[in-house]
Design a protein around this ligand. Sequence first.
Ligand code: HEC
Ligand code: HEC
Length: 247
Amino acid sequence: MQAWARGVMTGCIAVALAGSVGGAQMAGEADLALGESVYKEICFACHGGTGDGRGPSWLNTMPRPQVFTDTNYMSRLTDLYLFEVVKYGKLAVLKREVKGSPLESLAMPSFGHLFDDAQIRELIAFERAFRAGAPQSAEMREIFDDSCVPCHGKEGRGDGPRASPEQPAPLRFVSDAQPAPADYHDPLFMDRFSDDYLLALIKHGRVGATETAGFDTMKPYGHILSDEEIRGVVRYVRETFGDGRTR
Ligand code: HEC
Ligand code: HEC
């Protein structure tokens, strides 16, 4: 089944259970004006009025807020993933704590048991070199091939076999795994991270970077927003900053 269709179906089930909104409502048919008002009230503070990830509070988080104008990255995410991240928070999604969700969520694993800090720093330099077109060490290439390529792909485009078995990047693809592994060539995505954050991420994994090392991630808003408001804001983000297509 298509990812968007899955999203629509669970959306309906969630609505039926909550009983808050009558009838089926696809993300593409969600209330855009309602979504806009939610965005301008809450989301803009971090993600920016223009979706560039630089709202008034953007310096207060590490990683920095997601850049919604980054269509390379945003097109790899499904509506269901966006909905669940906003409703339950990214941590709960990564830990697969959302009951009954069909989402195949994938958290960046930890490698602290395999590599010391010096090796991790070399790995970070290796990754940053993809975008800079700088030379890469042969030793790190071996480590990268063994440990990182299954998700991040041979050339670091986030298209390893674990992320998408059929559709290679840089073609726009919807990753089977959500969130999609990082594309190291994507400046809008990668500039959001300090080296300290990347060190913690590779050492402790994505969940550990938040729970153990104290870095940030997208918080839940389900306690203040209704499902209808969340669907609306997902539609607003897609249509205002992206290519408008739901997935
Ligand atoms: C206090 C700051 C803050 C506010 C307010 C905020 N976000 Fe975020 N958001 C973040 C940060 C930081 C990330 C990056 C999380 C990460 O990479 O782990 C993020 C990521 C996201 C993502 C992408 C998740 C991913 O895996 O890439 C979506 C979608 C999102 N936010 C939607 C929203 C919406 C919709 C609102 C308003 C209801 C909102 N956010 C409000 C800080 C914020
Ligand atoms: C099981 C799949 C998987 C493997 C293996 C993996 N990663 Fe990741 N990686 C991910 C996912 C998924 C993300 C996106 C994380 C997010 O958005 O929360 C990611 C993100 C990243 C990022 C960007 C930072 C971020 O928060 O998005 C870096 C840097 C990274 N990985 C490095 C590595 C390195 C180095 C290795 C090998 C030692 C590796 N990864 C192995 C899945 C993987």
